[in-house]
Write a protein of this length. Structure first.
Length: 450
């Protein structure tokens, strides 16, 4: 098994893809480490309730963002002709601007009717601006991926992270409770500004054609027809639980959970997203055999990272977070361990899940996301209505997520038509047993001390 791991890593290191991965990963590493490092300061400037408010805002925005460009932004990578990619950018931008304008007018209308939206949703009136900035960022990011301009992509991510961290600290010092939300908007806007390094305005003007936009909207209709509802369900199953949990449990618990999620998503953001972007681009054009070899290397690489994360959390997660964030945040370590097996599976499989879009299997992806959405919502409602403890509900949530991602892994395996050899089977079986048995032993020891 050691030979298999070493061979996979060596091939990945020597391939041309390694340069793209390195560029994206370094950028993601810096952009993600900064907010995590700043959490040491922010956790002392803001209360857990403030993080709970921000979590509700960001998850609500995440749900709306799915609609904002009708998922046409993900089709930008696909056309062979540059003129088509540019018109897809225009189509995505027009849809995004229209939806954000409608959202802004709707919020203004609630003012006239006397509804207290801001009391129900923290930072409600910042939503249109934040979502528009996110839409522009996604459109430009996909175009940068198409032309493989990973340096600009990386610089944008770093700029966004730095400006977000600085503004949040300044707002915190001024005791501005909404500083986490406003800082996020400033960060996304600054990240978009960096993409001006890519000259797209003049090419867009020369290429713009209403007739061609209409044709492309039909050619790539699977993206809004299947990828948008699929993305919505996936986003809802990820973001809606935060909103639902806020109806049953205290905001400080939501803040702990949100912090645990954000920290555990660090390796996914550092490496998983970079691998996913590259895998999508290559799998769209490569032959199946070559794609399968790349998938194997990516999976092995992420599995090793996941094992390291699991070891750190099992060894002393609560003490680590208590030391870094402050004693009142020690619960984050416990919640992170609850969620760890599920998010390790996400780390290993999420880059490969782009195969659904590369092979035009959006319908299958949508059905899987329907199952994921229903299961997660059911678990949260079950825990809340039965008055289960937050810890028990969180464990059920983690187990449901783990189970569904394993099922998705089987579908990815089938679409790739992958033929595992004996060494690969032994590696996978040993890895799953190590993570699951280690997790169960941890939980048993934890509940023995309660």
């Amino acid at each position: 098994m050691n030979t298999y791991i070493a061979t996979s890593l060596k091939k990945l290191k020597e391939s041309e893809i390694a340069r793209g991965i390195a560029t994206l990963s370094v950028g993601n590493m810096i952009s993600q480490i900064i907010p995590v490092a700043m959490s040491v300061i922010l956790s002392r400037l803001y209360a857990p309730e403030h993080f709970g408010d921000f979590s509700i805002f960001i998850n609500t925005a995440g749900i709306i963002t799915v609609f904002v460009s009708a998922r046409y932004e993900y089709a930008i990578v696909r056309p062979k002709r540059e003129v088509d990619a540019l018109n897809l950018m225009a189509l995505s931008g027009i849809i995004a601007l229209s939806i954000c304008a409608v959202l802004a007018l709707s919020l203004l209308a609630t003012d006239w009717t006397g509804l207290d939206i801001s009391g129900q949703l923290p930072g409600a009136y910042w939503l249109p601006l934040y979502i528009l900035c996110m839409a522009v960022s996604q459109i430009l990011s996909n175009y940068a991926n198409r032309i493989e301009n990973y340096k600009t992509f990386t610089l944008s991510a770093i700029t966004r992270s730095v400006t977000q961290a600085i503004s949040r600290i300044l707002f915190g010092i001024c005791h501005y409770g909404t500083g986490l939300i406003v800082g996020a908007i400033i960060g996304v806007f600054s990240g978009c500004a960096v993409f001006t390094r890519i000259s797209v305005i003049k090419p867009l003007r020369r290429s713009f054609s209403w007739r061609r936009i209409k044709e492309l909207s039909r050619t790539y209709r699977n993206f809004p027809l299947f990828l948008m509802p699929s993305g919505l369900l996936n986003t809802l199953s990820t973001n809606l639980p935060i909103i639902l949990l806020a109806n049953f449990y205290a905001k400080d618990l939501i803040g702990y959970f949100s912090m645990a999620i954000s920290i555990l998503y660090l390796p996914i953001s550092l490496v998983g997203n970079a691998l996913g972007q590259i895998f999508y681009k290559k799998a769209s054009f490569w032959q199946p055999e070559r794609t399968n070899r790349l998938a194997t290397r990516f999976f092995t690489f992420n599995a090793i990272i996941g094992l390291g994360v699991f070891g750190i959390l099992a060894w002393g997660g609560e003490s680590l977070f208590s030391f870094l964030l402050g004693e009142k945040w020690s619960t984050v370590g416990l919640y992170a361990m609850y969620l760890c097996p599920w998010l390790i599976t996400v780390l290993c499989l999420s880059p490969l899940s782009w195969i659904f879009d590369a092979r035009d299997q959006q319908r299958t992806e949508m059905l899987l996301n329907i199952a994921m959405f229903i299961t997660r919502v059911f678990v949260i409602l079950l825990g809340g209505n039965l008055h289960l403890s937050f810890d028990t509900t969180l464990l059920l949530y983690s187990v449901s997520g783990l189970s569904l991602w394993l099922v998705e892994g089987l579908f990815i395996y089938r679409i790739l038509n992958f033929k595992a050899n004996k060494t690969q089977k032994v590696f996978l079986f040993s890895y799953i047993c190590l993570i699951l048995f280690g997790w169960l032993i941890y939980l048993y020891g934890k509940y023995q001390t309660i």
